[in-house]
Design a protein around this ligand. Structure first.
Ligand SMILES: [Zn+2]
Length: 393
């Protein structure tokens, strides 16, 4: 079993915002009270004793703490216990009192439920998530830590996942494209979402309207907001689609090696006609997801040099077709007579690079697996972090 934490931004309503502040405030209050007890007492109380005492105090002096989930305060004591242990083991400094001036802080709760776009927390009930489909809904949820940063609230859901044994020794070549987002050498294809092109034509329509509105007018401001929201929606749809594809290939198909083309995306976007389409297909995001998901499951991701002619080469006889045009959707080999979908042929070529002979051209892909967290900061709006909490057998 492996524990992973999925951190993503939440979108609380006003009532929930107040409750969030209360929870964080009580967590801070419990920490400070307990730390005070420990500092002032002659014989140091144990955390167990402090827990009991806190429950007593909630009937009187600390009655306000009953408005929040008891987990928040009790978990705060547990954190303090850990901090003290770390201090005595010389791993950390002595814990400090938590001041409101140094931030609202965080709290931890149990009994969490998650759907694609909501998280259920005790007392707070269903809280909207800003990003859909990110937190897995089919895994055992251990706990959730809610924290605030610069006026935004985040939830970090700790999930227990089972890492199963790899039972295939297969290789899958994946051709990332524009219209078809991904084509696998096993014949499966994933089309780019239709919802996306629909939303995009709406954006275009509104942008046209926008250009006719007077600058600084109310209507223009409203329309601008509407367009911004649509852009966010498009981003979400894209992410959902790529998450589904990469998860399915990595977790369900379970190959030992995934071979991808090392596309020079920045180079391709210089070509204006292609630029939009390439961004649409969200290839970069797709590859990033492949890399980190593969790393979790022990699947190896290999990249084939971008000058490798995966599209132009026949995957059966290795003949190069120099006059292949971008619009040719079918690959027809004049040598061996192969007729195959262009992307599928490319996926086969990628797969062939890992065969024992090194494939028709003798190109053997070099393994290249990047670290997970490095690229996370590049996602601007919805901050998310992924951390491997702990690994247990
Ligand atoms: Zn051929």
């Amino acid at each position: 079993m492996i524990q992973k934490a999925y951190k993503t931004e939440i979108d609380p309503n006003n009532k929930q915002k107040t409750l969030l502040l209360k929870h964080a405030g009580c967590a801070r209050g419990a920490w400070n009270w307990a730390l005070g007890c420990i500092k002032n007492a002659e014989s140091k109380p144990t955390i167990g004793q402090l827990r009991k005492k806190l429950t007593e105090l909630k009937k009187g002096e600390f009655a306000y703490m009953n408005e929040v989930s008891a987990h928040a305060t009790q978990e705060s004591l547990r954190d303090l216990d850990k901090a003290l242990t770390n201090f005595f083991k010389k791993r950390a400094k002595y814990p400090k009192f938590k001041s409101r001036d140094r931030g609202i802080g965080s709290f931890r709760v149990y009994g969490i439920k998650v759907t694609d776009n909501k998280v259920h927390l005790p007392i707070l009930k269903w809280v909207n998530l800003k990003e859909t489909g990110y937190i897995p809904t089919d895994q055992r949820i251990v706990s959730a830590t809610v924290s605030e940063k610069a006026g935004r609230w985040y939830v970090s859901v700790a999930v227990e996942e089972e890492v199963e044994q790899q039972d295939t020794d297969g290789v899958i070549g994946v051709d990332l494209g524009v219209k078809t987002l991904a084509t696998c050498s096993d014949g499966s294809q994933y089309a780019n979402s239709k919802a996306l092109s629909k939303e995009e034509s709406r954006i275009k329509h509104f942008q046209c309207k926008l250009s006719r509105k007077t600058k600084g007018s109310n209507r223009r401001t409203k329309l601008k907001k509407k367009i911004a929201r649509l852009h966010q929606r498009v981003t979400n749809i894209r992410k959902d689609a790529t998450h589904k594809i990469t998860s399915e290939i990595v977790k369900i198909k379970r190959p030992q090696i995934i071979v991808l083309e090392d596309l020079n995306v920045s180079g391709m976007t210089k070509n204006h006609r292609l630029a939009k389409a390439v961004c649409d297909a969200n290839m970069r995001e797709c590859r990033r997801q492949f890399e980190y998901k593969a790393e979790w499951t022990g699947v190896e991701v290999r990249f084939v040099d971008r000058f490798f002619p995966s599209s132009k080469m026949c995957s059966v006889c290795g003949t190069l077709k120099q006059d292949l045009k971008l619009g040719d959707r079918t690959y027809k080999c004049s040598e061996c007579g192969l007729i195959m979908d262009r992307d599928l042929n490319a996926a086969h070529n990628l797969k062939n690079t890992v065969s024992s002979t090194g494939g028709p051209s003798g190109v053997v892909a070099e393994p290249r697996i990047k670290r997970v967290l490095k690229n996370e900061s590049k996602i601007p709006s919805v901050r998310r972090e992924l951390t491997l909490v702990e690994m247990t057998q």
